[in-house]
Ligand binder design. Structure first.
Ligand SMILES: NCCCN[C@H]1CC[C@@H](N)CC1
Length: 291
């Protein structure tokens, strides 16, 4: 009901809760996998919540979608084929489609309700599904990748929810091995990688798995006020082949910005934010062994 404050507390962040004032609940149903909630907030626009965890708000989704997409795609010369794992809200697709070099995008989202709800309540994100280059696959990405030909993709973006539900297996080693197989030599992977304030053990585990599976591994992060601890991290990996220098983008934003007229201008990403994203605090460098 309007005015109710919605608390999201979760074993992923014990002892803390995050609340956003609810003006009006717009949608609340259980899908085959999770509870899907959409509400109008007082100050963050519409909000998408899955199993009580904020996935995005209209106000700050730009930071996450733009950074998780352009950190990898601006790090390689003219990416052509891209796979998005998860991302059923369409925001990452919107960002991928800014790159005129991209000719084919596959997206594998397990929960069709997320796609349908985004098309109805978040048209600014679901616009990503309208691009003719985009091919939607509704299903489990673990299965999808098992049937993917070797070296198919220049870039893979894993836009997952937290590993406490449908996304649990997306942080396990077998999945990373299939991701590496699906990338072409010199291809890049970018995974959502939680919070340096809350999850350094999980981050360390993911980085260790990636260091066994890829040629180079980097950690980057960005500010997202409505995520727990107010930030979110990304793990970027490149497969052996021409070495990828993630910190100095070779596919600069100006080129990216000049395309896809029908999509709104970038709100968060630029080359300075790209470089800054890889600067890590002292405690993280100590707690997480990065090459
Ligand atoms: N495309 C929507 C973002 C999904 N990713 C999230 C990152 C971490 C959050 N705790 C939950 C959602």
């Amino acid at each position: 009901s309007s005015g109710k404050v919605v608390y999201f507390n979760n074993p992923m962040w014990p002892g803390e809760a995050h609340s956003i004032k609810v003006e009006k609940i717009l949608y609340k149903e259980k899908s085959e996998f999770q509870e899907v909630l959409v509400f109008e907030s007082l100050t963050y626009g519409k909000v998408l919540v899955l199993d009580g965890i904020v996935q995005l708000t209209e106000k700050d989704e730009c930071a996450y979608q733009e950074m998780i997409t352009h950190l990898p795609l601006c790090s390689i010369q003219s990416p052509k084929t891209v796979l998005v794992v998860g991302g059923g809200d369409g925001g990452v697709l919107r960002e991928v489609c800014r790159h005129s070099s991209v000719t084919h995008v596959d997206i594998c989202e397990i929960d069709k309700m997320v796609i349908d709800v985004s098309k109805k309540y978040f048209p600014e994100l679901a616009v990503g599904f309208e691009d003719p280059r985009v091919h939607l696959h509704v299903g489990d990405a673990v299965e999808f990748l098992k049937c993917t030909s070797e070296g198919k993709y220049d870039a893979i973006i894993v836009d997952s929810s937290d590993p406490v539900g449908p996304a649990q297996e997306l942080v396990e080693k077998p999945f990373f091995v299939t991701l590496a197989k699906a990338l072409r030599p010199g291809g890049v992977l970018c995974n959502m990688a939680e919070s340096m304030w809350l999850h350094t053990h999980l981050i360390q585990d993911m980085i260790s798995i990636c260091q066994q599976t890829f040629a180079s591994v980097r950690y980057a992060w960005t500010s997202v006020p409505t995520y727990p601890s107010g930030l979110i991290g990304f793990i970027l990996c490149s497969k052996e082949g021409e070495p990828v220098d993630f910190v100095n983008p070779i596919n600069p934003i100006e080129k990216v910005e000049g395309t896809a007229k029908h999509i709104r201008e970038l709100r968060f990403y630029n080359s300075e934010m790209h470089k800054a994203a890889f600067a890590l605090p002292a405690f993280l460098k100590r707690e997480v062994k990065l090459l």
